[in-house]
Write a protein that binds this ligand. Structure first.
Ligand code: URA
Length: 233
């Protein structure tokens, strides 16, 4: 079985098998970056992001800096057509300074590949830059304090579409208390700073509830359609 078919299978998606099956990049994807490069080296190439990183490193607006090992700023090409926004770094991310490492990150990679993106083609960041202790859910005020960093990243990355993973990510982006189900796949895509936001389930949730993968696939497909056609229909 080829790589993409494996990822689609992982996503719980049945597909027609093509004779030329293989990796089919989504059109218009951003420049590739070597993920083995230290996350902060990538940022140093961009003065605005480098300045923003310094602000994140020295931020004391909430108490998370006391318990985190290091902030997890975000990584990926600048600009990038697709930006992923997760909730907050995990313990492993906190140690490495890179978002979505580990099993949850592997499922994110599968989700991306199912719509023709490799991780190195997209910019990946979180609503919260610092890991909450014991991986508890982010507090509303922590998200509020961190939100301006995320908005400045979006301004710099200039994505065409943002894929928001999970409730905290999408609520923070859209500044709303609506439920994830209200925000998923309903009506025209909402926007932040003029960028379409597609909400879907967090890969950590999908690992626990694999039955939701086919629903998530609809959101991913919608994001892909928006990128290709500028419309999700
Ligand atoms: N790792 C991240 O970077 N973000 C999440 O939301 C979960 C794990």
């Amino acid at each position: 079985m080829d790589t993409r078919s494996r990822y689609l299978q992982e996503m719980g998606i049945t597909q027609w098998v093509r004779r030329d099956a293989g990796f089919h990049p989504a059109p218009g994807i951003g420049a590739a970056q070597d993920l083995n490069t230290d996350a902060n080296d990538l940022i140093q190439n961009d003065q605005l992001l480098a300045d923003l990183l310094t602000q994140v490193e020295t931020c004391r607006q909430c108490d998370l800096y006391r318990t985190r090992y290091m902030p997890v700023f975000g990584v990926g090409p600048v600009p990038a057509n697709l930006m992923i926004v997760g909730e907050a770094p995990s313990a492993e991310d906190d140690r490495q300074g890179i978002p979505f490492v580990g099993r949850v990150g592997q499922l994110l990679d599968a989700m991306l590949l199912s719509i023709g993106f490799r991780r190195e083609d997209v910019y990946v960041a979180n609503a919260l830059k610092c890991r909450p202790p014991d991986d508890r859910d982010p507090f509303a005020e922590e998200l509020t304090h961190c939100n301006p960093f995320l908005l400045q990243q979006i301004e710099r990355i200039q994505p065409k579409v943002i894929l928001a993973l999970g409730k905290a990510a999408v609520q923070s982006l859209l500044d709303t208390n609506e439920s994830l189900d209200q925000l998923r796949n309903t009506g025209p895509a909402r926007e932040v700073a003029g960028v379409s936001v597609i909400a879907t389930y967090h890969p950590a949730y999908l690992l626990q509830s694999p039955g939701a993968k086919s629903e998530s696939w609809k959101d991913l497909y919608r994001a892909r359609q928006l990128l290709i056609n500028g419309s999700s229909s």
